[in-house]
Design a protein around this ligand. Structure first.
Ligand code: C5P
Length: 405
């Protein structure tokens, strides 16, 4: 575990029963060497007193946004600038929603909005609230903006229910806070990721495409960025915003994507192809809108370039990672693809059930030459982080750089 010596952490305590664990979080963060200040939401003061947190932090605890004496001592903007990282523990469903919306009408939310420091979120709530699409979507947005989520754990809850939503133990929060300051496993490396569908024009208003949402690729790009890489995301049309700190290059067709990839490949260390590239395109696209005339039409299709295989075949090929979506015999087909395309690693998943193209969760089996790692069902951002750790390990092994990048 990395030390938190001399790190300035602002602990934001929001209103939930897990707030009673906040004093222990403070104590352990301080044991790890951090200087800790605490801001509470008004609701949090119903579960644990400011006096308790003042005693364990050794600092005044702030609650109110409009407290002129406290603002004079250290204003909310100064607090936001003072900290090296923000730790929200516990993070209630309401507080997560406020962070996502960028609200600033209480001190804790205002400090988060005013700070550029890394944000660690330890959710704690009833399991139904955790599983609600609103909460899942709010967290996905925060992760895409660069936040780190720690937990929640599963188990029996204060409300009498059982399921995911318990705040993780203090040790896990301390470890996650320390990891915010550790150099990423891809620090100093350049990563190019393809994502989303491609659109193959039939005429100026029509195209052939597929249902790819781009979620997995955007999550992979965000995870690579969080691991310290310089990331270029080359994406077909999606409804997603570029992850924070990632350079987005928007493309339409497979040929556009190939050209953008070739442009981005100079000094690229790792290439990850998550895009659902159309296998075929119309032999020719009509310059004008094709008119309906009642006649039967035949569409001539020609194969698109295989972008991943093209990259892997280069003399100066980076470490290449592909995806394989299969409906059956997933692992056998994926391994055949790994060999045929001569790539370094492939992440295979089963499509056709509830998981796959537009779902929020996924599960993967990652294969490489004489190795495999199954990654159990999880959200796409969580899976992407695990995948990136595997990529980092295999990248270093393939480049013979052992334990450090
Ligand atoms: O051959 P298949 O389409 O199943 O291979 C999937 C993998 O190859 C994915 O990583 C995808 O991004 C990549 N691919 C590509 N260019 C294509 C087709 C697939 O880069 N034309």
């Amino acid at each position: 575990m990395h030390s938190l010596t001399a790190r300035r952490l602002l602990l934001l305590v929001s209103g939930g029963i897990a707030a009673y664990k906040a004093p222990d979080v403070v104590r352990r963060l301080r044991d790890a060497g951090a200087e800790v200040r605490v801001v509470m939401t008004p609701a949090a003061t119903r579960f644990v007193t400011p006096l308790t947190l003042q005693a364990v932090s050794g600092q005044d605890v702030r609650v109110a946004l409009f407290d002129s004496a406290a603002e004079a001592a250290m204003g909310h903007i100064e607090l936001a600038r003072w900290c090296d990282a923000l730790v929200v523990a516990p993070a209630s469903a309401d507080f997560i929603a406020r962070l996502r919306a960028g609200l600033a009408d209480d001190l804790a939310s205002a400090v988060c909005l005013a700070s550029a420091a890394p944000l660690l979120i330890a959710p704690a709530m009833n399991q139904q609230m955790w599983q609600h699409p609103a909460t899942r979507e709010n967290l996905d947005v925060l992760v895409a903006r660069g936040a780190t989520v720690c937990g929640p754990a599963s188990g029996s809850q204060a409300c009498g229910e059982t399921g995911p939503g318990r705040m993780v133990e203090s040790e896990a929060i301390v470890a996650a806070a320390a990891a915010l300051f550790a150099p990423g496993t891809l620090a100093g490396l350049r990563v190019v990721v393809t994502a989303g569908p491609t659109r193959e024009a039939l005429d100026p208003v029509r195209y052939i495409s597929n249902h790819s949402s781009g979620k997995m690729g955007y999550a992979v790009a965000a995870a690579a960025r969080a691991a310290g890489a310089e990331v270029t995301l080359i994406s077909g049309p999606t409804r997603l915003a570029a992850p924070a700190g990632v350079t987005l290059v928007g493309v339409e067709s497979a040929n556009d994507m190939l050209a953008a990839v070739n442009d981005a490949l100079a000094a690229c260390d790792i290439f990850i192809a998550t895009a659902a590239v159309a296998d075929y395109r119309p032999a020719s696209a009509s310059e004008n809108k094709i008119k309906r005339d009642g006649a039967t039409r035949t569409l001539e299709l020609v194969p698109n370039p295989d972008i991943l295989a093209n990259v892997a075949a280069r003399d100066d090929a980076p470490f290449t990672v592909g995806f394989a979506a299969e409906t059956n015999d997933v692992e056998a087909y994926a391994r055949a693809k790994l060999e045929r395309k001569r790539i370094d690693m492939i992440a295979a998943n089963h499509v056709g059930g509830e998981l796959g193209f537009d779902s929020d969760d996924n599960e993967l089996t990652v294969l490489w030459n004489n190795g495999r790692a199954p990654l159990a069902r999880a959200s796409k951002p969580a899976l992407a982080r695990q995948l990136i750790e595997l990529v980092a390990t295999r990248y270093r092994a393939s480049r013979g750089t052992g334990g450090s990048a």
